[in-house]
Ligand binder design. Structure first.
Ligand SMILES: C[S@@+](CC[C@H](N)C(=O)[O-])C[C@H]1O[C@@H](n2cnc3c(N)ncnc32)[C@H](O)[C@@H]1O
Length: 457
């Protein structure tokens, strides 16, 4: 017997009126199972190499060059390559948003509603370590998993903040080349994959989401550089939160115009202004992904460009620095245990050492969880490396490592928090699976003390 909550009646009635002849095919998609996807982390491995190594990868996701479907039985979250940050498990349709935005190395990109980090980690991979990713998430509880994912995937050029968009906009006007607003929404497009969402749906909820989406977008427009690109996405079918919100945005911000999807596929659908009796045919440039037309859940994507003014405002940079004694402590650690570490800005904050490839924009007064890559902490006169520094391979490479294969029982002992036999090399080293670091160990000559984070064991 089907244990799932039924689809809300008001929802199906509306969908029927909007979809017309297509409604039966749409409804039938609820009797099929959602496909799962995996996105290769290009910061650490190439798609063809991972494809050769993992038997559960199936066909490529047509709209994402680093995306694959995975077999239904795959336990991809338990594979050591997941812990090593070689991939991110992501719903296939969700991969289309960043593909449409097309991040390029060197750009400054803001992900305004970022947790748990699917879009952020995809942007980071496309940036290839060059430029800046700013990932913001106002929910303090969701922030932790965002940081864990960014760190697991080894992203070095990222600032993570915990602010409401309006507060961020006061501090960061016209700073970003590209912005993603993957907005909180009524989630209708996930009713198949996550049926518990059905019970939470109300029409009032849809209207509430639409108002919040307008607020978030208004802040995003402030932070976008002239000539910059904004992508707005939701995982709902509801036109009130999609074409309706974009119509409002275009009316209130005449400096924005809709642009067509750069790489449209025949399985994509356009926007439907007629569903809300809107006169603006431009809204047909939006993109809709439907579960009865492709292998993925429901998504809406709108790409917008801000008019180029030719006037660029000067970005205020943060005053980041490090004391001489902290620098010496870090350099001593790096000399003893690191094979290579990158050029860039090393700076100290509350006894912690961070790194960024460039001088960041001024974040003074904002709630910042990570002002860059967390390298470790200063404890008296010594330096203790952070898990994120081990996972930042190949940006950071250690001199010594202890190597395991993906099926090695000792590796699973390590993940469970147990010490490992001594390696013959004293001091800090990384534990690796086929060359990819999964965390730190410290060898005292008798055994390797386990430094895998307690929260991940
Ligand atoms: C659809 S989820 C984002 C998913 C994420 N982009 C990804 O790909 O993994 C929307 C996020 O927006 C956050 N959010 C809620 N209210 C917000 C607001 N007022 N401004 C910005 N983000 C908000 C939610 O906490 C949630 O994490």
């Amino acid at each position: 017997m089907n244990q799932f909550p039924p689809l809300p009646e008001e929802y199906t009635t509306k969908m029927q009126s909007w979809l017309g002849n297509e409604f039966t095919a749409f409804l039938n998609s609820y009797s099929t199972t959602a496909r799962k996807g995996l996105r290769v982390n290009l910061l650490k491995i190439q798609t063809h190499t991972l494809k050769q190594e993992l038997h559960f990868l199936e066909e490529p996701v047509p709209w994402c060059k680093e995306g694959y479907y995975i077999s239904r039985s795959a336990k991809a979250g338990n594979h050591p390559y997941h812990q090593a940050g070689l991939y991110y498990l992501q719903e296939p349709s969700a991969m289309a948003v960043v593909s449409a935005l097309d991040p390029r190395p060197g750009e400054w990109i803001l992900d305004l509603c970022a947790a748990p980090g699917g879009k952020s980690t995809q942007i980071a991979a496309r940036l290839g370590g060059q430029g800046l990713l700013w990932s913001n998430e106002p929910s303090a509880t969701r922030l932790k998993v965002l940081a864990e994912n960014i760190e697991r995937l080894g992203v070095g050029n990222c600032i993570i903040s915990n602010e409401l968009p309006a507060k961020l906009a006061q501090k960061l006007p016209q700073v970003f080349d590209k912005i993603v607003v993957d907005a909180p929404c009524s989630g209708e497009g996930m009713f198949r994959k996550n049926p518990s969402l059905r019970a939470q749906w109300t029409w009032r909820g849809v209207e509430f989401c639409a108002e919040r989406q307008k607020e978030i977008l208004s802040a995003a427009v402030t932070m976008l550089k002239p000539g910059g690109t904004l992508v707005y996405s939701t995982c709902t079918f509801n036109p009130v939160e999609n074409e309706g919100v974009i119509d409002w945005l275009l009316t209130h911000f005449p400096e924005l115009s809709l642009i067509s999807h750069p790489d449209p596929l025949p399985v994509f659908d356009g926007g439907h202004p007629e569903w809300l009796l809107l006169n603006n045919r431009e809204l047909e440039k939006c993109t809709r992904l439907w579960p009865h037309k492709l292998e993925g859940e429901g998504h809406f994507i709108a790409l917008l460009r801000k008019t180029e003014t030719g006037i660029s405002s000067k970005i205020q940079r943060a005053n980041v620095n490090i004391t001489n004694s902290a620098l010496k402590t870090w350099q001593a650690f790096a000399k003893d245990f690191l094979d290579s570490c990158p050029e860039g800005f090393y700076f100290e904050r509350n006894q912690h050492l961070f790194w960024l490839p460039l001088q960041p924009p001024d974040f003074n007064g904002l709630k910042i969880l990570r002002p860059g890559l967390l390298l470790g902490a200063f404890k008296k006169n010594r330096f203790e490396p952070a898990h994120s520094a081990a996972l930042a391979w190949p940006l950071i490479k250690t001199i010594n490592n202890v190597e395991f294969g993906p099926d090695d029982q000792q590796l699973f002992q390590y993940f469970a928090g147990h010490p490992l036999p001594a390696s013959g090399n004293k001091g800090w080293l990384t534990i690796t699976v086929n060359g990819f670091p999964v965390g730190w160990g410290k060898d005292d000559g008798h055994l390797i003390k386990n430094h895998y984070p307690k929260g991940l064991r």
